[in-house]
Ligand binder design. Structure first.
Ligand code: ZN
Length: 405
């Protein structure tokens, strides 16, 4: 068949499209960088240029950024060392098969709900962009209560590459279910509280990160324009309290892209609806990796929480959780400013005592986002007692203030 000029134009258009900057989903332009930054103000400027800062050391940071963020850093006279991410890409090793992918997580949660119907109830708070259910488990003893029981919510995996952040909530569910009726304290806590656990806020991103058999270091969700134009939104910059300020990027290519408006993504909308419809939630915990930190609001400002009692509760709970886990407690903005994160919203809008735990390891050199599966049980073991402490506190968090007892 003779090819028409239109055919050749089409071929040419496809050829051009394959080189457009909209091919964000390839990680070809992603770099790992190390740069001097000793003050939170410098780190805020860096993160506002689209760098996802993953490690804060006394004199330097390690971060991940796209090439155009590096150009912006240079334009702002920042000095840095950058290596193409390709040099760091890890095969999905056989030994990591202990991590749960989405379908394994779904199957496990369903089997828990079947095995423990009197204390475990599985539901979905909504669907991701690719229509995966956002599963949440309600754990509570069958004891009747005339008023809603005090509630706490644990969430994992806002960021795709942070696979360990889904394992801790998963094993928390397992631990609570297997010990109900056996361990006196756990039985009491489950009878007196309503415990909600949402292990994967960003299942599409997590699946995308592992689907090729090589970890992609993907952070965001899978928001796209058209079939090939995937860029992703940073879900932990998409919440609606002081959204769009410093510490997030308006560039869709950037690692910290905040989305076109607050709650633009179905995943954050689902969390919003759920929290709004459960006013009995007093404490929220969002697991991330990595750095071994306990972070509390504010993220959007260097100022402390204005209410001295709320500030005291956050600081006291973070300190105690830090003591239990061995992680370092601090105000989120002591690292750098972030706007649109989960905890500023849940505290700022709903008055919920809110924490981000950056799990093991402490640094990139101990595995960063991809520690060996052999570490899962250690991290779970370090974090379950802290979760139990927060569940215990959720009836009246202000009870931890010394002058209120
Ligand atoms: Zn994260």
């Amino acid at each position: 068949m003779k090819k028409s000029p239109v055919f050749f134009l089409l071929v040419f258009a496809v050829f051009l499209l394959s080189f457009t900057p909209f091919h964000f989903s390839t990680q070809d332009s992603l770099y790992i960088l190390k740069m001097d930054a000793s003050s939170k103000e410098e780190r805020t400027a860096i993160t506002s240029l689209g760098v996802a800062i993953e490690e804060v050391k006394p004199n330097y940071i390690v971060g991940i950024a796209h090439e155009d963020s590096l150009q912006k850093l240079t334009a702002h006279s920042f000095k840095f060392e950058a290596k193409p991410l390709k040099q760091f890409l890890l095969d999905f090793p056989v030994k990591d098969a202990d991590f749960h992918n989405y379908s394994e997580m779904e199957a496990e949660l369903k089997s828990f709900a079947e095995k423990y119907p009197h204390i475990a109830e599985l539901s979905s708070i909504g669907e991701s962009i690719q229509q995966r259910k956002l599963y949440i488990m309600r754990l509570s003893g069958p004891t009747p209560s005339s008023t809603p029981k005090p509630a706490i919510i644990f969430m994992g995996l806002h960021h795709a590459r942070e696979h360990l952040s889904a394992e801790v909530p998963y094993f928390l569910i397992k631990h609570l279910l297997e010990n109900y009726g056996k361990d006196e304290k756990i039985t009491q806590l489950m009878d007196e509280r309503e415990i909600w656990v949402l292990p994967m806020v960003n299942p599409d991103g997590a699946e995308y990160d592992i689907e090729s058999g090589v970890y992609k270091f993907w952070r965001k969700n899978v928001r796209s324009e058209g079939a090939d134009r995937m860029y992703g939104v940073d879900l932990n910059r998409n919440y609606g309290y002081r959204w769009g300020q410093e510490g997030a990027s308006d560039n869709p290519r950037a690692e910290t892209y905040r989305g076109p408006h607050a709650f633009s993504e179905p995943e954050t909308q689902a969390v919003k609806r759920f929290v709004e419809s459960h006013p009995n939630i007093t404490i929220l915990l969002s697991y991330h990796t990595y750095s071994e930190l306990i972070l509390y609001p504010w993220g959007h400002t260097y100022h402390d929480i204005e209410d001295p009692q709320d500030f005291g509760v956050h600081k006291t709970l973070a300190t105690e959780v830090g003591r239990i886990t061995g992680y370092k407690p601090q105000q989120a903005s002591d690292l750098y400013i972030t706007s649109g994160d989960t905890t500023d919203w849940s505290y700022g809008t709903h008055g919920i005592y809110s924490f981000t735990i950056e799990l093991y390891p402490g640094s990139m050199w101990e595995g960063g986002f991809y520690p060996s599966a052999a570490k899962i049980q250690k991290v779970v073991h370090d974090n379950i007692p802290a979760a139990l402490y927060l569940i215990d506190t959720a009836d009246h968090p202000r009870k931890v203030l010394p002058n209120l007892n």
